[in-house]
Design a binder for this molecule. Structure first.
Ligand code: TPP
Ligand code: MG
Length: 577
């Protein structure tokens, strides 16, 4: 055979082949997964390149943890698993915090990590980035899979997708050994091996008897309350939920990321009367909200002495009776459950007693009036309320913007002060109160929604993901970051008790200029000291859509220990000498 003929044969043979790289890309695309958040390196560098070439949006971060948080919130926003892509061992471990976070928060996410040679890893012979990643991931996610054969990529990706989004969503780990990427197979057979997942998150219809029981309990209430959790926000059943709440006439309390499902300014919103409604209610209906620490486990001082009946609407049967007795469990997906509940509310449904709704409203108005003057303080240095007063107006004027929020005082006070008007516009630290979600969330929010993002960040919180300002500039994202700079964790006033040269454990460099970080990468940096300046700077950023970081100087003495959850700090019983 001549050399030319040989070359032609080789080229033809090549055309008939596919490989692991292409099959993973094809499997993702076939299932509508067209965005990847990750960090390149061995063995997934070429995979990222090829994915980009194939039309997948591949966003390269500076640290996998931030890419992982981005993927997790992409899952929350879209109901499709957010994809995070990492290298082996250290990259994988960096992505793992976000995977565990996704699982805890019930966000669908798939962490795809390249891994080293199985034969060497399992004999512990010291491979490049050796680690038994599958075993390590397992306890931290809903499901973990490894694909060893190219022919199994289709089914592996399908399993990962279904595991992430069906039932209660969560994180899934998909282990792809380096060797898999270059494994070849016949292109036709490869194409046929792909699986397009049908009905990835099937509706779970609640039992009619459970719905009736729940409505009966709610109807019997003298002081009913509905609590909306981020599960309700995730469901994207916004109109149904709103109709149910309005038809029932029951006051509602939104958990942090459920704010805006109905506007915080809605006449039934009890957000500003939280302690009153938790204490005094007699029947509480939880919709996509869990009775975890954020709701004081449904018992104790927060919930008062009056006996309470709980109704719980959740997709996860195990959630029922997790902390207290649930007298009316409604198990199913939130959309189906709330639809069924709504159907059960007929024209004879009694409005909740007026003395109750009146009392809630009075308390709410009283608390709002109490806070109002604090939000208008236009002083330098700013306190949290003064600064937040300005940002509250920004969101009021731009209800489509997405608010990302982390910190301690910066978080707790912003949650209370900034009213939300639309669903899934407030993204924050979630179930763990974790620091570090900021820039990953901001990037994914901008990418997935195309809306402007306002990230309100404590100076400590910002530090966890601050390097991603380069990513924000690189992709030219409409993200405005406001760093509440009080020179420290909670406060900037602590001193070293020994009088020694080291600073106290909770303080940072005084007069730091976070705005310069943004300038370093071509973004806009602004330094502000008053609420008026802050408002002007945020407005300019939101109007221009240019990456902006505003260093907002906050009085170092303004914050309190741990924001609003200082009670969770253990106390030493040993007297100070
Ligand atoms: C991953 C992680 N590490 C540490 C903490 C503990 N922590 C809670 S809030 C916080 C920072 C609070 O300071 P800052 O963000 O500046 O908010 P401020 O109260 O000063 O407004 C830290 C470190 C955490 N929640 N998560
Ligand atoms: Mg701070």
């Amino acid at each position: 055979m001549s050399a030319t003929v040989q070359n032609i044969n080789a080229a033809e043979a090549e055309q008939d082949l596919t490989d692991g790289f292409h099959l993973v890309i094809d499997a993702l695309k076939l299932n509508g997964l067209t965005t990847i958040y990750g960090v390149p390196g061995i063995p997934i560098t070429d995979f990222g390149r090829m994915a980009q070439a194939a039309g997948i949006r591949v966003l390269s971060f500076r640290h996998e943890q931030n890419a992982g948080y981005a993927a997790s919130i992409a899952g929350f926003l879209t109901k499709k698993p957010g994809i995070c892509l990492t290298v082996s061992a250290p990259g994988f471990l960096n992505g793992l915090t976000a995977l565990a976070h996704a699982t805890t928060n019930c966000f669908p996410m798939i962490l795809i990590s390249g891994s080293s040679e199985r034969e060497i890893v399992d004999l512990q012979q010291g491979d490049y980035e050796e680690m038994d990643q599958l075993a390590i991931a397992k306890p931290l996610c809903k499901a973990a899979f490894r694909v060893l054969h190219a022919a199994d990529i289709g089914i592996g990706v399908a399993r990962a997708i279904r595991a992430a989004v069906s039932g209660r969503p969560g994180g899934v780990y998909l282990d792809l050994p380096a060797k898999l990427f270059s494994q070849v197979m016949n292109a036709d057979a490869g194409q046929k091996s792909l699986v397009k997942v049908t009905d990835a998150a099937p509706a779970q219809i609640p039992a009619p008897a459970a719905v009736k029981r729940a409505l009966d309990v709610l109807k019997s209430a003298k002081r009913p309350l509905i609590i909306l959790g981020k599960g309700a926000a995730y469901a994207q059943a916004d109109d149904t939920i709103r109709a149910f709440v309005e038809k029932s006439g029951v006051p509602f309390l939104p958990m942090s990321m459920a704010k805006g499902l109905l506007p915080d300014t809605h006449p039934q919103c009890a957000g500003a009367a939280r302690s009153t409604v938790l204490k005094d209610s007699d029947v509480v209906m939880l919709i996509g909200a869990r009775l975890n620490w954020l709701l004081s486990h449904g018992k104790g001082k927060t919930w008062g002495d009056a006996p309470k009946k709980f109704i719980q609407v959740d997709i996860e049967p195990k959630e029922m009776d997790s902390n207290v007795e649930i007298v009316a469990p409604v198990v199913g997906d939130i959309g189906s459950c709330v639809s069924a509940l709504l159907e059960g509310i007929d024209s004879k449904w009694p409005a909740p007693p007026a003395d109750w709704t009146g009392a809630v409203e009075a308390k709410r108005e009283e608390n709002i009036a109490k806070m109002a003057p604090r939000l208008m303080k236009n002083t330098a240095p700013m306190d949290f309320h003064g600064a937040l007063g300005a940002l509250r107006t920004v969101i009021k004027e731009r209800p489509d913007a997405i608010l990302v929020n982390e910190g301690a005082n910066t978080l707790d006070l912003a949650r209370g002060v900034i009213d939300m008007y639309k669903p899934r516009k407030r993204l924050d630290v979630g179930t763990w109160g974790v620091m570090g979600i900021g820039m990953g969330y901001a990037i994914a929010a901008a990418i997935e929604t195309g809306k402007p993002v306002l990230a309100v960040e404590g100076d400590s919180a910002f530090g966890f993901s601050g390097m991603e300002v380069e990513t924000i500039c690189r992709y030219k994202l409409p993200v405005c970051i406001v760093v509440f700079n009080n020179s420290g964790i909670y406060r900037g006033t602590d001193v070293n008790p020994t009088g020694g040269p080291d600073p106290a454990t909770t303080v940072f460099v005084k007069d730091a200029r976070y705005d310069k970080m943004m300038e370093a990468f071509g973004g806009v940096g602004v330094h502000v000291t008053t609420p008026d300046e802050l408002k002007r700077a945020v407005d300019a950023a939101m109007d221009s859509g240019k990456p902006t970081l505003i260093n907002a100087v906050i009085d170092p003495a303004a914050g309190s220990e741990s924001g609003r959850i200082g009670n969770l700090n253990p106390q030493s019983v040993v007297k100070k000498k």
